[in-house]
Ligand binder design. Sequence first.
Ligand SMILES: Cc1cc2nc3c(=O)[nH]c(=O)nc-3n(C[C@H](O)[C@H](O)[C@H](O)COP(=O)(O)OP(=O)(O)OC[C@H]3O[C@@H](n4cnc5c(N)ncnc54)[C@H](O)[C@@H]3O)c2cc1C
Length: 411
Amino acid sequence: MNFEVEYTSAQGSFRRDVQAFLAEHVPGDLEFPVDTIDLSEDQFKKRRAIGRALGERGWLYPTMPKEYGGAALSVDEAIVLSEELSAIGLSNPPYYDAGGRHAAPSILVWGNDEQKQRFLPMICRGEIRSWQLLTEPGAGSDLAAVKTTAIQDGDHYVVNGQKVFVGSNHGADYSWTIAVTNPDAERHHNLSWFMIPMDLPGIEVVPMNLLTAGGGEGGGGCGVKNTVFFDDVRVPADHLVGGENNGWQVASTHLEVEHGGTGRVSGGSLVERFIDHCKHHPRGGQPLSKDPDVRESLVDIFIESEITRLFGLRNYWLAHADQPRSYEGSQFSLRRKLSGLEIAEKMLDIIGPAALTHDPEWSALAGSLEYYQRDAITALHPGATTDIQRVIISRRIGIGRPEREKAGALR
Ligand SMILES: Cc1cc2nc3c(=O)[nH]c(=O)nc-3n(C[C@H](O)[C@H](O)[C@H](O)COP(=O)(O)OP(=O)(O)OC[C@H]3O[C@@H](n4cnc5c(N)ncnc54)[C@H](O)[C@@H]3O)c2cc1C
C-alpha cells in the first residue's frame, strides 16, 4: 500500500506557473534576517512589491473571491502556492499584514456589499497593509473588557483609548480595531470594528521593547510591537464595519482565524535546518547526530514538528474546503505553542550555550536558534494564550458550556 501524498498533474502544472512567477518577481537581493526587527525599509519595500505582484494575480489572498481581488483558487492550488513561497523562505503575504489576514475574512462574512467592494480589493491586491488592534492594558484574554471608545458625532466616530502589543515595524495604512460604541450597553452588545486610516490626526505609535515581536521566519514577523494611543481621532462613520454594536459577532470570525482555524501550510522549517546542522556539525571528532542521546532528541523534535505541521495542514484544508470545524483551530494553536517550547528546550540541550547567542563566532545557524529560544516563549501569548486555547477547546467539545460552542463563521 502506498501512503505517499501524490500531486495531480493539474497541481504540477500550476506549480510550474508559480515557480516561473516567483523567479520573475522575487529579486535576487532579497534578504532574510533571522528577526524581522532587522528588516530595512528598502527590504520591506521589496516585499511589498512582491505582495502587489502576487495581488495583481489574486494570489496574495488566493482563496478570496475574484470580485474582491482574490483568485478563488481551490484548496489544491492554494496549497501549492503556499508550498512554493515557503520553499524560498517567504510567507504569504511576504510581510506582516495581520489586518489583512483577519480583517479580510471578517469583512467577507460581516461587511455589507459596499464595504466589501471598498475594503477587500485594496487588501487583496496588496495596496494597503493593516495591523490588528485588540489588546489593551486591561483587556487581553478578556477581549470583551476593552475600554477604547468610539462615540458617534455626526458623520464621524471619535476614538479615544490605548492598545498594547500591537502592530509591527514600518508602519501601517489601516488598523482593524475593536472599540466600545455604546458605553451604556451590556457586555458583548457594546462593541464595533473599524478600519481606521493610520494617518488620521491624534494617533500616536510608540514601540515596545519585547523579547521578540513574534514569528521571525518567512519574513511575516512583526519586528516590533507597539502601544497605539488614540486621542480624539475622528474616523468617518462609514469605516465602521459589520454593524454598530455587532462587534462581538464580527469578533467570532476574527478570533477563529487568529486562533488557528484557517491553519497553515509550512515547509523549509528551522527544524529541518537544525537536523541537517546536527548531521554535519562536529563535537568530539564526530557529527553531533552520531551521539545516541542527540539522535533520540532529534527524532522527538522531528515528530513534534511534524505533528504540528499536519495539524496546520488539516486546518488549512478544513477551512478552505468549507468543511465542518469545531475545536481544531485551538487544538493546532495550543500544540504549536507547547511543541515550540519543547523543541526549543531540546535544541538547547543538544547545542548548549551556542543556542543562546547570535555572536557570529559562536552562534549556531547564524543566530536562528537564539531567536527561536526567545520566540518560543513569547509565542505563548499572541492569538490567545495556551490557557485560553484550552478554555475554547473545552467549550467546543461540550465540557465548558451546557451546549457545544460553534466555531466562528469563515464564509
Ligand atoms: C509577541 C506578541 C504579539 C502580539 N500581537 C498582538 C496584536 O497584533 N494585536 C493585539 O491586539 N494583541 C497582540 N498581542 C497581545 C496578546 O493577544 C495578549 O498578550 C494575550 O491575549 C493575553 O493577554 P494579556 O497579555 O493581557 O494577559 P492576560 O489576559 O492578563 O492573562 C494573564 C495570564 O492569565 C491567564 N488567563 C487569563 N484568563 C484566563 C482564563 N479565563 N482561564 C485561564 N487562564 C486565564 C492567561 O493565560 C495568562 O497566562 C500580542 C502579544 C505578544 C506577546
